[in-house]
Design a protein around this ligand. Structure first.
Ligand code: ADP
Length: 482
């Protein structure tokens, strides 16, 4: 039987050595499906982080000068190591995070795909020769690894969020200090073991767990860390941007979302329901691209709600490690309470619960997949990220009204629309202030395309050819006197 402990590391990787915290302190890691403690991880702070940064800075000197094909081969081997251990890594992910096993299998596969993508893309990371304005000169534009990269990642995609950062960093020749989320550290630490196994030199990949404030503080203060790549909440992202000022670090930020999902009267209803289910209930609604607001046109509204209710009621809730489960537990009690707060606020302001609406009979952090109708702009979830299995349905009449409502948020990550009107598709692409737009599609993330938000959803892109840009510095070299 596949064992989730094969890649479960209960120590940190600093400069090629697996170690505990200086204080000896640890943090318990629990399985949200059962509430059981599955293990511990070191509770590290600033001192360990500074050692990791020093190790990364030392390793960068040699790793950044290695042959391109050596780095490509390491990435290819890393891809293969992930896929060879897909089931074990997926079980580990489900055990610490709660998502259904089929989703965890998918996450490990996309993690591997990101690694392979960057093994391919780095071979095309070309510079330029620019026509010189005067004779006897050559103007070269060259690209160089940015330096030590710090990667801070969240609990909702503990494997793939790191893959998107490790892939381009290692491809470019950067070294990395990574800090996975405290709730889900093992999928992050597993990258350390995998990288070690395929032969990355000591210090190229360092992974720390512990106090976010202390580790984050040391990272942000260090002049040796040249780039910080963060996925998480807008609040912490803004704080890191502020902290980056003193050492003028490059930053890329994948922050919160408030995705609208617009269903027009002319939509293919079944396709819209299929898209709605995946865009809303994947990972129990805990993704930054999850639908936050359904806007449904009056003519199709009742039929859409009836079918959505039916599909939501049929979802199988349980321990994600069990066969056939589609909805696991939420990450913690705070997440449950937040969803309850949204439902209480909405019903007080006139919304109706048509499905679910309360904690699930399984207990713990399980919550019933929920649908509410009669949503209005004054309700809390109109402007705040739900991050849970709650579908809020707003009704609208005109296209312009839906676009205006969709854009009425500080966020700008993902938006979805279902329509068969080609003209409208282009109007939407133009009008929606979002970095990712799914037309007749509820799941659009893919390694080949740039993922990233507009407005307060972030800066920088992950994936696509653009995903390398943040890890490469550009130099202009003028060679004169030729
Ligand atoms: P989420 O709401 O998705 O948990 P957070 O922004 O709280 O998002 O966390 C995302 C990541 O940022 C986690 O790894 C978390 O430990 C880390 N983090 C939280 N606070 C800080 C901080 N002050 N400095 C650096 N990293 C932090």
């Amino acid at each position: 039987m596949t064992d989730f402990t094969t890649y479960m590391c209960q120590a940190n990787l600093i400069g090629g050595a697996w170690t505990g915290a200086d204080s000896g302190k640890t943090i318990d890691v629990t399985n949200p499906a059962t509430g059981e403690v599955i293990g511990t991880v070191p509770n590290c702070g600033a001192d360990e982080t500074n050692r990791a940064i020093a190790a990364a800075a030392k390793a960068f000197k040699s790793f950044s000068k290695t042959d391109l094909l050596y780095r490509v081969k390491l990435l290819q081997d890393l891809h293969d190591a992930l896929m060879d251990n897909q089931k074990s890594l997926a079980l580990l992910l489900t055990t610490e995070q709660g998502k259904p096993l089929f989703e965890a299998m998918g996450e490990v596969a996309i993690s591997a795909a990101y690694i392979r993508w960057y093994a391919e893309e780095i071979r095309r990371a070309k510079g330029e020769i620019v026509p010189a304005p005067s004779a006897g000169r050559q103007l070269l534009v060259t690209r160089h690894p940015v330096g030590v990269v710090a990667a801070i990642t969240p609990w909702n995609f503990p494997s793939s969020m790191l893959a998107r950062k490790l892939g381009p960093a290692l491809a470019a020749g950067c070294s990395v200090v990574a800090k996975p989320a405290t709730a889900t550290p093992y999928s992050g630490l597993a990258w350390g073991k995998l990288c070690e196994e395929v032969g990355y030199p000591a210090g190229v990949v360092n992974i720390l767990t512990g106090s976010a404030r202390a580790i984050g503080g040391a990272i942000m203060e260090s002049p040796d860390v040249r780039k910080v790549t963060f996925t998480g909440s807008t609040e912490i992202g803004k704080q890191l941007i502020r902290q980056s000022a003193d050492t003028v670090k490059k930053v890329s930020m994948e922050l919160g979302g408030n995705a609208p999902f617009i269903v027009f009267d002319d939509a293919d209803l079944d396709a819209a329901i299929e898209g709605a289910m995946i865009a809303k209930f994947r990972n129990m609604g805990q993704t930054c691209v999850c639908t936050n607001r359904f806007y449904v046109q009056a003519g199709i509204h009742d039929a859409f709600v009836a079918k959505l209710k039916e599909a939501v009621a049929a979802l199988k809730v349980g321990n994600g490690a069990e066969d056939g489960v589609q909805q696991g537990p939420m990450i913690d009690m705070g997440a449950v309470e937040k969803v309850e707060e949204f439902i209480a606020d909405a019903t007080k302001k006139g919304a109706s619960i048509v499905e679910g609406g309360k904690r699930h009979g399984n207990g713990g952090t399980y919550f019933e997949p929920t649908v509410v109708t009669g949503a209005t702009a004054d309700m809390q979830f109109a402007t705040e990220e739900i991050f849970g299995p709650l579908a809020a349905v707003f009704k609208f009449d005109e296209e312009a009204e839906a676009i205006e409502a969709a854009n009425a948020t500080d966020f700008g990550l993902a938006a979805y629309a279902y329509t068969r009107d080609v003209g409208r598709v282009f109007r939407l692409n133009d009008a929606l202030e979002y970095g990712l737009i799914g037309i007749n599609a509820g799941l659009i993330t893919t390694v080949e395309a740039p993922f990233g938000g507009l407005k307060e959803s972030g800066m920088g892109k992950e994936g696509g050819s653009q995903g390398l840009d943040d890890y490469l510095e550009t130099k202009y070299v003028c060679v004169a006197g030729l």
